[in-house]
Write a protein that binds this ligand. Structure first.
Ligand code: 13P
Length: 254
């Protein structure tokens, strides 16, 4: 399976940025060894999705409400994202969990809503620094997976250690590989053969300089990129560092 390199713009970017990015991604996408996804703010989602029509680059939302419609002022449903041109949605990002107190149960409901609207879903998990220092990262991520993943799951998992997001720090390659192996075990124990196919993205300070090493690790099926995804040249350099899919990493779901 090809790697997925996804850009999460978070609360950054205006119309001009979206159009500029779409032009740059369109021009480069066909020659890249991975699938590309860009998740801009909802205000420019339609603009960028429209500008990417006919290209292999997909657009996605950064969050959705668990309900399809109703009296929820300021919220956006998965169906609305789809209507705006999204094919993907991120749920359970640590910034949503921290800023908005999102529970695993809510993240699961959002993941179910995304899938019901026909979106591919990226479910984010990851431990805090204190949890890693205490050696509790597997317990924390295991509990997040147990609570956040729907009973039937065909999406993508993103492992994003909270302490690596926006800090310029990353876990060691051995620690990333160990966590991705742990997540793979959880997925196969719960979903059987389907769990061997799930792409598991790494996120947290992925940059052009560390992308090749991180994307080449076992069970790393791509990257969820924050800051570096705002600069087209950096985002494309990360994407270009993805491994070319081979039979062996296809078998591993990589
Ligand atoms: P940075 O790449 O800026 O560390 O952000 C990672 C992230 O949170 C992507 O969702």
């Amino acid at each position: 399976m090809r790697s997925l390199v996804a850009g999460n713009w978070k609360m950054n970017g205006a119309t001009a940025d979206a159009l500029h990015m779409a032009v740059a991604l369109r021009a480069a996408a066909a020659s890249l060894p991975c699938d590309l996804l860009v998740c801009p703010p909802t205000t420019v989602l339609h603009t960028i999705a429209n500008a990417l029509i006919g290209s292999p680059v997909a657009a996605g939302g950064q969050d959705c409400h668990p309900k399809a419609s109703g009296a929820h002022t300021g919220d956006i449903s998965a169906a609305m994202l789809r209507d705006a041109g999204a094919r993907w949605v991120i749920v359970g990002h640590s910034e949503r969990r921290a800023d908005h107190g999102e529970s695993d149960a809510l993240v699961r409901a959002k993941a179910e809503a995304g899938a019901a609207a026909g979106l591919s879903v990226i479910v984010c998990v990851g431990e805090t620094e204190a949890e890693r220092v205490a050696g509790r990262q597997n317990d924390v991520v295991g509990a997040q997976l147990a609570g956040s993943l729907p009973g039937h799951f065909t999406g993508v998992v993103a492992y994003e250690p909270v302490w690596a997001i926006g800090t310029g720090r990353t876990p060691t390659e051995a620690d990333v590989a160990a966590m991705h192996s742990f997540i793979r075990g959880v997925l196969t124990a719960r979903f059987g053969a389907a769990g061997t196919e799930t792409r598991i993205l790494y996120g947290g300070s992925v940059k052009p300089g560390n992308a090749k090493a991180l994307l080449g690790l076992p069970d790393v099926g791509g990257a969820l990129v924050g800051g570096a995804s705002l600069v087209a040249a950096d985002f494309l350099a990360i994407a270009a560092a993805a491994p070319v899919a081979t039979l062996s990493n296809t078998a591993a779901g990589g």
